[in-house]
Ligand binder design. Structure first.
Ligand code: 13P
Length: 253
């Protein structure tokens, strides 16, 4: 049984003070042990604020990116070791905004997955097609290409990998993939993983959905067989909405 992972990606939002305020609201609603795993990915400068304010709660923390090298002269970058030492357990790798605005390639994403693992972090590998690619019928090719290098990963790395399917046309647009559309792609992803790493491992891997997830569509998405959690942008910025989605997931497990 795959345990849901409900993750919030705050992107470039919330200062440390705002992060503390957010955790106060979350804690006031009650952070008992949920059946899902709960994750927040704040900006780097707000990690410490969340470590302090969420101590003793089941909420885990993740970085939004990491550099592919472990240290050195890379002004403005952050290493996996830094994230790990700051209290992170996960890290997003290859988010579409990183690919689009910072020119991250599949090769770079692969290197970052290796670095994340070496740093003791669980990589959440983000993949997904643009609207143009979907409309041209290239969606399956794009996803196949993005997952190509997974077959080069050691079994030890693969068995901890999390995949996040985020169709780019659904991110921040209010256009969510329908649960059926998302399930179709998630199943396709799992079939590729089957081929790359074998069914015994691929059946245990979590594939998250991201892209305009809201309190109103979380239940339908999570009810699909191959959707094992959510990567939530905008709706995770409201503590109340994030909490509601956690509760929805809990009721389904
Ligand atoms: P939205 O939920 O705001 O569409 O963002 C999705 C996302 O990019 C999460 O990583």
């Amino acid at each position: 049984m795959r345990r849901y992972l409900i993750a919030g990606n705050w992107k470039m939002n919330y200062t440390p003070s705002e992060a503390r305020q957010y955790s106060r609201i979350l804690k006031a609603m009650g952070l008992q042990d949920f059946s899902s795993e709960i994750l927040l990915c704040p900006s780097y400068v707000s990690i410490q604020a969340l470590v302090d304010s969420l101590r003793g709660t089941p909420v885990k923390l993740g970085g939004q990116n990491l550099h592919q090298e472990s240290k050195g002269a890379f002004t403005g970058e952050i290493s996996g070791e830094m994230l790990k030492d700051s209290g992170c357990e996960y890290v997003l790798v290859g988010h579409s905004e990183r690919r689009q605005y910072f020119h991250e390639t599949d090769e770079l994403v692969y290197k970052k997955i290796l670095r994340a693992h070496e740093s003791g972090l669980v990589p959440i590998m983000c993949i997904g097609e643009t609207l143009e690619e979907r409309e041209k019928g290239e969606m399956h090719d794009v996803i196949t290409r993005q997952l190509q290098r997974v077959k080069n990963l050691d079994q030890e790395i693969v068995s901890h990998l999390v995949i996040a399917y985020e169709p780019i046309w659904a991110i921040g647009t209010g256009k969510t993939a329908s649960a059926e559309q998302a399930q179709e792609v998630h199943q396709f992803i799992r079939n590729i993983l089957d081929k790359h790493v074998g069914a015994a491992i691929s059946s245990t891997l979590r594939i998250l959905y991201g892209g305009s997830v809201k309190t109103t569509n979380a239940k339908a998405l999570l009810s699909e067989k191959d959707i094992d959690g959510l990567l939530i942008g905008g709706a995770s910025l409201k503590a109340e909405d994030f909490y509601t989605i956690i509760q929805i997931a809990d009721q389904l497990l």
